[in-house]
Each structure stands twice: as structure tokens, then as C-alpha cells.
Design a protein around this ligand. Structure first.
Ligand SMILES: Nc1nc2c(c(=O)[nH]1)N[C@H]1C(S)=C(S)[C@@H](COP(=O)(O)O)O[C@H]1N2
Ligand SMILES: [Mo]
Length: 505
């Protein structure tokens, strides 16, 4: 085996040792002190917007997996280079390790809720990594015959395997204890949801057209889209949770989870939509939320008349800026603790999140919310607004064709075309379908449940042989037809008609 691949291997194994030790040490210090997660978060928070959109387009909600795979590839490449350039008398590889450790340490100590102790895992890790690198390099250099001496080579590879196994085992133990130490599953399992004093009106069977291939009116929790910047889902128990309402208010209010039980709970069905949802996309879902009106909390704090925005913040420092007007105009904006009859799933914001009908999630639906600052749009800027998205994010009227799926092969005769339409807080008045650029024809609609939720539509098409193009569009309750103009999701949501092409035979 030539010398260079062996040196690269030595670098990679040393990096593994660094990571292994760092992850092991990170476990007792806190899940957020993991240098891998810290670096990942820095990347997530600083990815140029256009690039992020491309990633989301290409990989959908697997974007986090993509991030970790890319990070691993870069780490392996850098580690290999460090191994190749390392010499016993010129520790250039060790220096490269040191530089990376500094970056990771800086990333860790600047995380939400970080202390200086967050630097300890990577510092200890890199010390071990450099020792391993020096040790392997010395072995490589002293055994001049390593390139052809069987015994020496075997000994070196033995060291490599030993260090590698150690790294994997320590990483595994570290991750295991980190997830054990900070996991709210047990806390969530014992939560009993309050009975709402204002329950959601029952959902009539006619709200669901039940066309095969179309989605159900209520989106089950397991199917509900998930979008957030969190690389590990924040684990916040009900004991750790509290909500602080402060800023431009008469008196600061702090609410514990136990305090919530003394309040009157409401239950509402609300359709949540992501601004990144492309035409025809699935970043939209409809659930029954249980919680407490946000307006009551604001009233208790006493909002100053010149305030116009509420900046909600999560434990992991995501922020959303919501117009106060929207939170106090009587709509069902709630601090939700329940979703479809169970405590919020951890990835959907356990133990509490905001839900505001009519606004995209990025300006309203803060998960793991613990802080509400009453402020002004000209004084504070929220997470996505800083990254080029619009300051305000009312949901645009939209239509989706769920069945048939585009490019489907269908048979001549009766073919149901069906989907959903939404115009949150205004409501859907009509949905029309267009076949092959012909006249727009009315689809039938499910019974309207409320203006805050999507509505199903279906059209019984008499399919004739050949290729066909199908479009759909909605009209909201004010009589406004959704625009055909194509707009990208950036900066405030996509527009245009959904379109499918079919081959009928
Ligand atoms: N803490 C936190 N809350 C967040 C986000 C986030 O990144 N972090 N993303 C928002 C966005 S962009 C959307 S669309 C909704 C998605 O909520 P869901 O994952 O429950 O569907 O959460 C919002 N709340
Ligand atoms: Mo979103």
C-alpha cells in the first residue's frame, strides 16, 4: 500500500477520534454542545437563500439528511488532507485540526442557551485527535518499510482499526446518553389534555368528499408536514417550559405550564401552510388544535398602543414576527398544546406552539415557543425576514390537484379529479377545472367547515382518449379568483394554477 492513502487514513481515523470524544463529552454537558450539531446549525442559519430553496426543491424535507451527508463528506476530505500533510517535525495536519476545532468551538458557544462549557467537548476531542494523528504519523514515518513489510503494515492497520472502533463506540455511547438525558417522551406520555370549554364544532361527514387518492380533511399527525431549522428536535419538558410576555407592555407576564391548566381551553381546526410550499406541494396540513387564545395573554400584559408586532421566539432561537392586529382581530390565534387529540408531537412544538389562521408558518407558527416580545416592525426583524423573505406573510389562495397524479395513465370514461383549495380566514367560494385550455367548469365542493380550513373539491371528468392537460383554480369568498401569474415561493409564497398532464387510453 503506498504511503499517501495510509496518511489520509490516519487523518480520517484521528478525526473520528476527535468526534467520538467530543460527542461523549457533550452528553453530560448538554445535547446542544455537540460540535457536529453546532456547526450544522451555523450552516443552516447562514445558507444563502436561493441555494437553500434549491436544496429543498431537490430533496424536500430530507434537507437535514443532505446537510449531514455533505458535512460528513467535507469532514472526511479535510481529515484526509490533514493526515497527508502531517509530519512529525511539521505538524501541519494538527494545525488544520486546531483551526477546525476553533470554528466548532465558536459555533458551540454562540448557540442558543450556550455557556462556555459548550467549548469543552470539541477542545478535549481535538486534543485526543491530535495525539492520535501524531501517534499514527510517527508510526508511519518510523516504519520506513511499511510500504513493503507485511508485519509493519499489519501493525499500522491494527492501530487504525483500534482507533476507528474506539471512535465509533464513544460516539455511539455519547449520542445514546445525550438522547436519553434529554428526551421528553416520558414527560409527554403522562400529559392529559384539558377538556376545552369551547370545543371545535363537530366535523360533518360532508366535509370529506372521500375521493380515492385525495387527502383526508384532517391530516393525521404522522402525515403532517414538518418544517423547521432544528437539527435535533428541541426537547423541552412541561416543567422546563414557561412563556414570558414582555416588551412594549404595561406589565411583564410569565406563565408556567401548570398555570395553563387554570385557564379555559379552546379547540379549533386550522389549516397550516408553509410559505415554501410550491404549487402542487404538500407543505400544508389541517389539524384540530387545542390551546389558549393568544389575545388573552396580550390583554393581561397590556399592549402599548404604538406596538404593532409580536416577536415570538423558540428555545432554539427561531423567531417569527406577527402583526398584533391579526392576533387581536377575533380570529382563532392560539397557543396550542394539543394536536388532533394528543399532546403536540415533539417535532410539532411540544409542549407549546403558536397557530394563527391565515398566516404562513414562518411569520406565526413558532414551535417550542417560550418568549413573546411585544415590539414594532421597524424595531425588530424575524428569522426569515433577515434572510430575504417578506416581513408579512398572509397565506395566498391556493388549489392543489391530488388525484390523478401528474403523468398518470388513466382509462377512458369517468375519472374523478379531486384536490384541496384554501384561502385561510377568507374561505373558498368556488373551484373550477379546465381541461385542455377549454372553458373553466365548476367542481363540486365539500361542505365548508370554516373559513380557516381548506376545502375539498372534485370534478367528475368524462375522459376521452389521448393526452390531456388539467388545471384547477379557486375563487375566495370575496369573489376574487386566484391569480394565474406564476410566482416563486420567495419572498412571500408561490402563485399560479396547479397543472397535471394525463394520458388517457
Ligand atoms: N421553532 C421553530 N418554529 C417554527 C419553525 C422553525 O424553524 N422553528 N418554522 C416555521 C415554519 S416555516 C412553518 S411552515 C411551521 C411548520 O410547522 P409544522 O412543522 O408543525 O408543520 O412552523 C413554524 N415554526
Ligand atoms: Mo414555513
Amino acid at each position: 500500500m503506498p504511503r499517501r492513502p495510509l496518511r489520509a487514513l490516519a487523518g480520517i481515523v484521528s478525526a473520528c477520534a476527535t468526534l467520538g470524544v467530543a460527542e461523549l463529552v457533550a452528553a453530560p454537558i448538554g445535547a446542544n454542545s455537540s460540535p457536529m450539531l453546532a456547526l450544522g446549525s451555523v450552516i443552516v442559519n447562514n445558507t444563502p437563500d436561493g441555494f437553500r430553496e434549491q436544496i429543498i426543491k431537490a430533496f424536500g424535507t430530507n434537507d437535514k439528511t443532505v446537510l449531514f451527508v455533505v458535512m460528513a463528506a467535507v469532514a472526511i476530505a479535510v481529515a484526509a488532507i490533514a493526515g497527508i500533510v502531517e509530519r512529525t517535525n511539521r505538524p501541519r495536519g494538527s494545525a488544520l485540526f486546531g483551526v477546525f476545532a476553533l470554528l466548532a468551538a465558536a459555533a458551540a458557544v454562540t448557540r442558543a442557551g450556550a455557556t462556555w462549557a459548550y467549548a469543552i467537548p470539541i477542545v478535549l476531542g481535538v486534543i485526543v485527535g491530535i495525539v492520535v494523528l501524531r501517534w499514527l504519523t510517527r508510526a508511519l514515518e518510523s516504519e520506513a518499510s511499511i510500504a513493503n513489510d507485511q508485519g509493519a503494515r499489519r501493525e499500522f492497520l491494527g492501530m487504525v482499526v483500534g482507533a476507528g472502533v474506539l471512535a465509533v463506540v464513544t460516539t455511539g455511547i455519547g449520542r445514546f446518553f445525550a438522547s436519553r438525558a434529554h428526551n421528553v417522551d416520558a414527560n409527554r406520555a403522562v400529559q392529559v389534555l384539558p377538556t376545552p370549554t369551547s370545543p371545535a364544532p363537530p366535523i360533518p361527514p360532508e366535509a370529506d368528499l372521500k375521493v380515492p387518492g385525495a387527502v383526508s380533511y384532517i391530516t393525521p399527525n404522522g402525515d403532517f408536514y414538518r418544517i423547521d431549522t432544528a437539527l435535533v428536535v428541541p426537547q423541552l419538558s412541561t416543567d422546563e417550559w414557561s412563556l414570558r410576555i414582555h416588551g412594549m407592555v404595561d406589565r411583564e407576564v410569565r406563565i408556567t405550564f401548570a398555570d395553563l391548566a387554570k385557564r379555559q381551553a379552546v379547540e379549533r381546526v386550522v389549516t397550516l401552510t408553509c410559505v415554501s410550499n410550491p404549487i402542487g406541494g404538500d407543505l400544508i396540513g389541517n389539524a384540530k388544535w387545542l390551546g389558549y387564545p393568544i389575545k388573552d395573554f396580550l390583554d393581561e400584559a397590556g399592549v402599548h398602543p404604538d406596538a404593532d408586532m409580536v416577536m415570538s421566539k423558540s428555545t432554539d432561537n427561531f423567531t417569527a414576527g406577527t402583526p398584533i392586529e391579526v392576533l387581536t382581530d377575533g380570529r382563532d390565534a392560539i397557543l396550542a398544546i394539543g394536536m388532533n387529540g394528543e399532546p403536540l408531537p415533539v417535532e410539532h412544538g411540544y409542549p407549546a406552539r403558536l397557530v394563527v389562521p391565515g398566516l404562513y408558518g414562518y411569520v406565526s407558527a413558532t414551535k417550542w415557543v417560550t418568549d413573546i416580545e411585544v415590539t414594532r416592525f421597524d424595531k425588530a426583524t424575524a428569522y426569515w425576514t433577515k434572510r430575504g423573505w417578506s416581513e408579512r406573510g398572509p397565506i395566498k389562495t391556493g388549489t392543489r390537484i391530488d388525484t390523478p397524479v401528474s403523468s398518470a395513465q388513466v382509462s377512458t370514461g369517468k375519472v374523478p379529479i379531486a384536490g384541496v383549495a384554501w384561502a385561510q380566514h377568507t374561505g373558498i367560494k368556488a373551484v373550477e377545472v379546465q381541461i385542455d385550455n377549454g372553458n373553466w367548469v365548476q367542481a363540486r365542493l365539500s361542505q365548508e367547515y370554516s373559513t380557516d380550513t381548506w376545502r375539498q373539491w372534485a370534478y367528475d371528468w368524462d375522459a376521452t382518449p389521448g393526452p390531456h392537460l388539467v388545471r384547477a383554480r379557486s375563487t375566495d369568498n370575496t369573489g376574487k379568483v386566484q391569480t394565474a401569474d406564476l410566482a416563486d415561493v420567495v419572498p412571500d409564497g408561490a402563485t399560479g394554477y396547479p397543472e397535471i398532464s394525463l394520458r388517457v387510453s
